[in-house]
Design a protein around this ligand. Structure first.
Ligand SMILES: [Zn+2]
Ligand SMILES: [Zn+2]
Length: 326
């Protein structure tokens, strides 16, 4: 089959990659569409100590083989990306996404979605409702990651919440948080991208609007969600948070936080909250109800055999979602 693999020499499209063979309990899935996210670009840059294999973890596909589970065959599915061992102490406590022997689709020790086919355990699969097209379903993984914030922090209509970052994930986080009717402000650098959520009634600010930022920081937000992944974003998030507030870190930092002032977190009793993968079922419900605009986030589509160009496109400044179509 055709697959985009990450090698010592960078990403290479291979036509001779072996089609995986499902064991009982697994499904062979034909990928219908896959999405490029910041994690893929970080893996290309060498983040997380050298993943080697097929890239890609955001996909919508169709089950073509499932030994002993014929009922899945022909169904359109999305899949959770963490594959736990099922036996370690964390898996037994229901924390399989933190499994001590964890493998992760297209990220760690498990071939991913930029390929004609992929394998996943049946328990990772969620059927896509008929009303949700593939190009919306492909957003389920980052949308679920956005919903994870609501699993972790209580956000009420009276909560003042800031989302920092108007990239691929930031615009999904903003739309998910807007469903709570909280007092939401989204801060970003690109007017055209902020416009996508502004059209849905979300208050937006340019990161260069120093006067507005100063005003915002005098009151301070109850919750700030950092989705820029940059040290400058972290510093601004810190500035906009009120004492005893919650700072949610939603994107991995490519570098280190050099000027990390830990004592100010102590004095202000700030809660720092890491937030990663989230629940797929409610993400699919939001898509089925048409409550999330995903179409505006799609900037380009590339055929799988041209996926390297797609990755280059996705890495350009200001580009949102680039899709890979096998
Ligand atoms: Zn992702
Ligand atoms: Zn485990």
């Amino acid at each position: 089959m055709l697959a985009l693999t990450l090698t010592d020499h960078g990403p290479i499209a291979r036509h001779d990659w072996p089609t995986p063979i499902p064991s009982p309990g697994q499904a062979l899935i034909r990928v219908r569409v896959a999405g490029i996210c910041a994690t893929d670009l970080q893996l290309l840059a060498g983040y997380k100590g050298g993943y080697r294999g097929v890239l890609g973890h955001e996909f919508a596909g169709e089950v073509v083989d499932a030994p002993g589970a014929q009922q899945w065959i022909g169904r359109r599915v999305v899949g959770e990306i963490n594959i736990g061992c099922g036996a370690c102490d964390l898996c037994r406590r229901g924390l399989s996404k933190h499994c001590r022997a964890r493998r992760t689709l297209g990220i760690h020790k498990w071939d991913g979605a930029f390929a004609d086919f992929l394998l996943l355990p049946l328990e990772n699969l969620h059927a896509i409702p008929d009303s949700v097209p593939d190009e919306a379903a492909v957003f389920v993984e980052p949308l679920a990651a956005s919903l994870q914030i609501l699993e972790q922090v209580q956000i009420a209509p009276s909560s003042r919440v800031v989302v920092l970052g108007d990239g691929r994930l930031g615009l999904l986080v903003a739309q998910v948080l807007a469903t709570t009717a909280c007092q939401l402000t989204v801060i970003g650098r690109t007017p055209a991208k902020l416009e996508i959520v502004a059209q849905r009634g979300v208050h937006t600010l340019l990161a260069s609007d120093e006067r507005a930022l100063a005003q915002l920081s005098t009151v301070g937000a109850d919750v700030v969600v950092e989705v820029t992944g940059s040290p400058a974003g972290f510093a601004l998030a810190r500035r906009l948070l009120r004492p005893a507030g919650v700072l949610v870190l939603k994107s991995t930092f490519a570098g280190n936080l050099a000027d990390f002032d830990a004592s100010s977190l102590v004095v202000d009793e700030v809660t720092l909250l890491g937030s990663r993968c989230g629940p797929f079922a409610p993400a699919l419900r939001l898509l089925a109800d048409g409550r999330i605009d995903t179409a505006s986030l799609i900037h380009a589509r590339y055929p799988l055999n041209d996926a390297v160009a797609g990755l280059e496109h996705a890495a350009r400044k200001g580009v949102l979602k680039v899709l890979i179509v096998p």
